[in-house]
Design a protein around this ligand. Structure first.
Ligand SMILES: [Zn+2]
Length: 256
């Protein structure tokens, strides 16, 4: 069956319905589409988190806080090394706030937005950060040298809209860093079980399709940023300093 939805990443009209994937949380089948141009996958579920689920998300992050701080600190060091001119950073979806704290460690001024009230309370109370509870939208008029968003864009139905809002609040020579769970060709075998018996955790990239509704290829995310005005895109893997695995965060750094 032909899909008529444009690719949410690269906007190609050459998308097809591939199969229905199983939502781990809802137990419901969700139509999955693939972009024939950039090999990104998308499955819009309509799922919304309850307050109970948000409290669970906070507990999950809180239990991992030491490794998150170690790895996000290393990621921050990599970013300020690649972009030494960056003095102000805004993070969209800061979670517990450890990346913002890391920015402060490296003497950068940080701000951020987060919709989970438990996370916001921890970031302001325990970490003493300057940050907002709520969505980042056009009513926020401050500009920054860098925007970062770590493990957020896989949750978005319209990632290009948020990317555009970030771009419009960048200072000259600004940068945007996005980290997502990418889907590459080596992950395609998980498509065989995504409709019936997905695993319940990584490395199966199709394990939580209720909330991971965008599965970008590196090419798809790169095309998104370049088509929205970035002059370059650098893909890199930030080392996992907590567990010595091959990598903690994979992401793309866009320069403007
Ligand atoms: Zn695409």
């Amino acid at each position: 069956m032909l899909g008529h939805k444009p690719c949410p990443a690269c906007t190609s009209r050459y998308t097809v319905h591939l199969q229905d994937v199983l939502g781990q949380r809802s137990g419901k089948p969700i139509p999955q589409f693939v972009c024939l141009d950039c090999h990104s996958f998308f499955n819009h579920s309509g799922y919304r988190e309850t307050d109970e689920q948000k409290a669970h998300d906070f507990e999950f992050l809180h239990n991992m806080r030491e490794s998150i701080y170690a790895n996000q600190n290393r990621l921050c060091l990599e970013l300020v090394t690649r972009c030494p001119h960056v003095q102000t950073v805004c993070e969209i979806g800061y979670g517990l706030g450890w990346f913002l704290r890391s920015c402060n460690d490296y003497r950068r001024k940080s701000y951020g937005f987060e919709t989970n009230a438990n996370c916001h309370a921890y970031a302001t109370g325990d970490l003493g950060l300057d940050c907002a509870l709520g969505l980042f939208d056009a009513s926020h008029t401050k500009h920054y040298d860098m925007f970062a968003s770590i493990m957020v864009f896989e949750h978005l139905e319209d990632p290009r809209a948020l990317f555009t809002q970030m771009r419009d609040r960048l200072n000259p020579d600004g940068a945007i860093y996005l980290c997502v769970p990418f889907v590459e060709r080596r992950d395609w075998p998980y498509l065989w079980t995504a409709g019936t018996t997905p695993a319940n955790m990584p490395p199966d990239v199709f394990y939580d399709n209720d909330v991971h509704i965008m599965h970008y290829s590196v090419e798809g995310l790169t095309r998104m940023g370049i088509s929205l005005g970035a002059r370059s895109a650098e893909f890199f893997t930030s080392p996992d300093v907590a567990h010595n695995s091959p990598g903690a965060y994979q992401g793309v750094l866009f320069r403007f």
